[in-house]
Design a protein. Structure first.
Length: 295
C-alpha cells in the first residue's frame, strides 16, 4: 500500500469526530474544501469510500468507522509520545497518586511545591490502581502499600501514626480504649490497618462492626468530622482537620497507636534522569523530613 499522507489522515479524523467538513476545517485552520480534497485523496489511495455524504453533514460508513478506530488510537499514541518526550526533557511531572494521599496531603501542598520548585508543572491523576509504567503514561506514583511491579525505584515515605479520630463533641465519651467497644466505629475498607489491628494492639477483642463503612480514607475522615462516628485514620492524612480542631485524637497518650509505612514513591529507573522527577523527589523527602534520596 502507498504511504498515506498524515495531513489526509488528520483531516479524516477531525471530520469523522465532528461530523462536518466545516467544523473540521475550523479546528485545523483550513477551508472545508481543503478537508474535502484531503479526504477524497485518502479515499482514492485506499480504494474505499469512507463517508456517506449528505447535504450539510457527513456520516461515516462502515469502512470509515473501522478506519477511525485505528486512526484515533494512532493519534492518541502520537500525542502521548510527544508529551513523553516533553516530560523527559522539561519540567512536566506526570504523577499518579493514591486518592486519599492526593486529596488530604498533596493537594493542600501543591501551591507550596510549585513555589519551591520554579518551572515545575504537575499533571496529577488519582486512583487505586497501580500504574505499570509500560506505556509511559506516568513518570512517578505515590502508591498505597508496597508496589507490585518489580524493577522500580522505591522510596518509602516514612511511618504514619494510625489512631482513633473523632469530632470534639464525641471525645468526652471516650476516656479509655474499652470505651470504643460500644462506640460507632467508621470502617475504611481499603486500609491496611483496620480496627481489628488496633484493638489487637491494645489487647482488646474487637467488637462486632456496626458503624458506617467507606472505601476511601478521605471519605471516612469527612464522616468523622460530621460526627458520624470514630474513624481509625492516619494523622498524616487528617493533619488539616486535627490542626484546625475539626478532629481530635481522644486517646492520645492513653492507648497504643499503630505505626506503619503506608505510602511509597515509585518510578522506573529510566525516570531517574528526568529533571521533574528529581525536583519532586527532593521536595517530597524534605516535606516529610526524610533522608534525601541519592540519585
Amino acid at each position: 500500500m502507498r504511504r498515506l499522507p498524515l495531513s489526509s489522515l488528520q483531516a479524516f479524523e477531525a471530520a469523522a469526530r465532528t461530523g462536518s467538513f466545516r467544523a473540521a476545517g475550523e479546528e485545523l485552520g483550513i477551508s472545508p474544501s481543503a478537508i474535502s480534497h484531503a479526504i477524497r485523496k485518502l479515499e482514492d489511495l485506499m480504494g474505499a469510500t469512507l463517508f456517506d455524504r449528505q447535504s450539510r453533514r457527513v456520516r461515516l460508513n462502515p469502512a470509515g468507522e473501522a478506519l477511525l478506530a485505528h486512526v484515533a488510537a494512532g493519534f492518541d499514541q502520537m500525542r502521548q509520545g510527544v508529551e513523553t518526550v516533553g516530560a523527559r526533557s522539561g519540567n512536566l511531572l506526570r504523577l499518579h497518586c493514591a486518592p486519599s494521599m492526593a486529596a488530604q496531603w498533596l493537594l493542600p501542598r501543591l501551591r507550596h511545591l510549585l513555589l519551591a520548585q520554579p518551572g515545575l508543572e504537575v499533571r496529577l491523576a488519582a486512583g487505586i490502581d497501580y500504574p505499570r509504567f509500560e506505556h509511559d503514561a506516568f513518570d512517578a506514583d505515590i502508591c498505597y502499600g508496597p508496589p507490585r511491579q518489580e524493577g522500580l525505584v522505591v522510596v518509602p515515605l516514612g511511618e504514619e501514626t494510625v489512631t482513633p479520630l473523632c469530632a470534639p463533641e464525641l471525645a468526652a465519651r471516650i476516656t479509655s480504649p474499652e470505651d470504643l467497644t460500644a462506640a460507632r466505629l467508621i470502617e475504611s475498607d481499603n486500609k491496611r490497618v483496620r480496627w481489628a489491628n488496633w484493638f489487637g494492639a491494645n489487647g482488646i477483642i474487637p467488637p462486632t462492626p456496626r458503624g458506617s463503612r467507606f472505601d476511601r480514607s478521605f471519605i471516612a475522615i469527612a464522616a468523622a468530622v460530621d460526627g458520624l462516628g470514630i474513624a481509625l485514620e492516619s494523622t498524616r492524612l487528617a493533619e488539616r482537620e486535627l490542626a484546625d480542631g475539626r478532629l481530635v485524637a481522644p486517646l492520645a497518650g492513653r492507648a497504643r497507636d499503630v505505626r506503619y509505612t503506608g505510602h511509597y514513591l515509585v518510578f522506573p529507573r529510566v525516570a531517574k534522569s528526568r529533571r521533574a522527577v528529581r525536583m519532586f523527589t527532593q521536595w517530597l523527602t524534605e516535606e516529610l523530613r526524610l533522608p534525601p534520596y541519592a540519585f
